[in-house]
Structures are given as C-alpha cells and as structure tokens.
Design a protein around this ligand. Structure first.
Ligand code: GSH
Length: 347
C-alpha cells in the first residue's frame, strides 16, 4: 500500500483545495454536461462486476454505478462503466480520471485522508479471509503454518496477514501477484496453498475456478473491510450518491420493491408519511432534488429500475445466485434485522 500512496501523494492534484463556495457542485455540473457518469469497477468479478454476453457489465457493484446515474439523470443507463485493476483504480481516482469507483475499496483512514478520494457510503461490510483447496484438508487458518499464500500488494491484504499471523506467531510466505488472472492462475494451479483477500472477493474468485467445488473458504475473518463507494470530492455529487443508497435501504425497510413501486406511487396521497417523504416530489425527496440539482424523481428511478438494497443483493449475490450468500447471517442485512445496514432518515 505504501508504494502506491507515495506515488499517489506526489501525483494528487490540488484542484479540490480551492476554497470558494461557488465551486461546490462543479463536479456534478461537469458530469451533467457530459451526460454520463464514469464509474470504475473490477473487470472480472462474478456477482460483483462481470461483462455479460453483450459485453455489458452486470453485478452488485455495477448496480451502484447505475444507481448514481439514476439519481443524477433519472436514467440508470447514463453511465460509462470501466473495468480497472485494483491499484490502478485508486490511482485513477486520485488523478481525477473517473467520477466514482464501485469496487471492493476498503475505507481506511490513510486513504480517506487523500485529497482526491471522496469516500461516500459503505455498500458491503466485509472482512478478509482465506480460501484453500479441499484437498489440503485444512479446516482453520490456524493450520496454515508454513503455507504459501497468494495475495495482492497495494491492498489492505498484506498488512492484515502480517497482523494475524504475527499475533499467532506463525510463519508463512506471501506470493505477491498484482495481476488478478495471474494470481488466480497461481492459486488454482497449486503454486500457493491459500488465497487471501476479502471474503466477497473469495466467493467471487471461487466461481472462476475450473471446479468451484474443489475449494473451500475457511471460517476465520481476520479484518474489518468496509467496502465503500468512492467519488470525486464534491459536496453535491457525494450527497447524491449517499442518498441514493439510503433510498434503497429505506425502500427495503418500508417493503417497497421494483415490483410494487408503481402500485405504491398510484396511492401515494394516502401512503404512510415515510413513504411519501421517500417518493413524493412535494416532500423531502423533492426538496433534496432541488437543492442538489438531481433528477426530481431520483428515488423512484433507482427503486423501479434496480430495486431496493435487498433485491440488488439477492439478484447478484444471494442464495439463488452462483455465489449463494446467505444474507440472513450476513452483516449486510438491515439493522432492524440485526445487520449493519442502517437506513438514514429521508425527511
Ligand atoms: N478491500 C481491500 C482489498 C481489495 C482487493 O484485494 N481487491 C482485489 C481482490 S479481488 C481485487 O479487486 N483485485 C482484482 C483487480 O485488481 O482487478 C482493499 O481495499 O485494499
């Protein structure tokens, strides 16, 4: 990580230091002039961002790119989604060459202190873990003494490995391979005993194995990885993205889905106050739209086209998907259900 950020600090532009109030929202204005938002994702991460047969990116993370387009333009398709490797994603954002990133970036203090990285809202609460071939007959990370572990520099991964095994006083060797395909190739061909990264990435990478059933994810979770949307620092842009995610969480709490939202809209006058505030242009949703300069029906567009948070999770990552994550035991369920997703008030 340190190497990336030494370069990054030198490269960071000073543009955002301009103090005049009139400049607030200039990035959002520029995005509107361009008639699209440029969003960075992982180029090949099943469930999170992967090109479909038409070459269009699909997945949990890409839906948050579309969410931002829906909030800003009232059209979830006004987005250019670019697949970029992890370290290059941070460099691209720092250099000011993209508007946002939706791709397994942990919000850490040192990254958040970078002038050009605007951390906005955590979309997935994760932690680092380990995947091993079943044939290794290992049931716990504690049994990995002497193992060779494939991991990636420029991420939070290597430091957490050192912390964890240092605490256990266990020796291990790291195969540090920056390129994702080369790293997976090394692991699947047996050059490493284990692969370590975020649990979400492990579940996704497992789908890229010649036979996913040959691999198992170990139970240990060795770090906190709040995977967070990053935007160009800009008050209006950051608020637009933040409240777009909150609309998805509020909708889930209120039982509003892509399937029933038109029915809800047809009876909005007699709907409960919280529903009106979320969806009516005469209530909080409308006030927010005017103040931020975003689409007047931003919350409707997001829920209608993408769904509430739970729908997006289930579609790409849930039990019916290839990744088969059980949301009921995940931190990524609503706070009212015991999870960490706390819907901020739209009022
Ligand atoms: N969340 C951690 C780790 C992120 C991470 O390791 N991402 C890797 C694991 S899949 C990745 O996206 N690699 C693929 C790539 O570079 O495109 C961080 O922010 O440092």
């Amino acid at each position: 990580m340190s190497k990336v950020f030494t370069v990054a600090l030198v490269c960071a532009t000073l543009g955002t230091l301009a103090p005049t109030v009139s400049q607030a929202g200039e990035q959002l204005d520029r995005i509107k002039q361009n008639d699209k938002i440029v969003c960075i994702v992982n180029p090949n991460s099943p469930g999170f961002s992967v090109p479909d047969s038409q070459g269009v990116f699909q997945g949990f993370n890409t839906d948050f790119c579309r969410m931002a387009a829906g909030v800003i333009f009232g059209d979830v398709n006004k987005v250019e989604i670019r697949g970029v490797g992890f370290s290059d994603s941070l460099k691209t954002m720092i250099a000011g060459d993209a508007d946002m990133a939706s791709r397994s970036i942990t919000q850490t203090a040192t990254r958040a202190a970078e002038p050009n990285l605007g951390f906005v809202v955590t979309t997935f609460y994760d932690g680092q873990g380990f995947m091993v071939p079943k044939s290794l007959n290992v049931n716990s990370a504690r049994e990995l003494a002497g193992a060779t572990i494939c991991a990636e520099d420029g991420t939070t991964t290597l430091q957490s490995l050192a912390d964890y095994f240092g605490r256990l006083n266990v020796q291990y060797t790291v195969q540090n391979i920056a390129d994702k395909s080369a790293r997976l190739q090394a692991f699947f061909s047996g050059k490493c005993d284990a692969l370590s990264t975020d649990l979400s990435a492990l579940a996704s990478d497992r789908q890229l194995a010649p036979n996913p059933d040959d691999y198992v994810i170990l139970p240990e979770v060795i770090s906190n990885e709040p995977l967070t949307l990053v935007a160009r620092p800009d008050k209006e842009l950051q608020e637009a993205i933040f409240w777009g995610v909150q609309a998805m969480l509020n909708a889930e709490e209120l039982g509003i889905t892509s399937q029933n939202i038109d029915q809800v809209m047809s009876q909005l006058d007699s709907a409960p106050p919280k529903v009106k505030r979320l969806l009516s242009q005469n209530e909080a949703a409308g006030d927010v739209a005017k103040k931020l300069g975003i689409s007047p029906n931003w919350s409707y567009v997001v829920i209608k086209n993408l769904g509430n948070y739970g729908e997006v999770f289930e579609r790409h990552l849930g039990k019916g998907s290839a990744l088969a994550m059980d949301r009921a035991t995940s931190p990524n369920r609503l706070a009212i259900d015991g999870g960490l997703l706390y819907a901020y008030p739209i009022r």
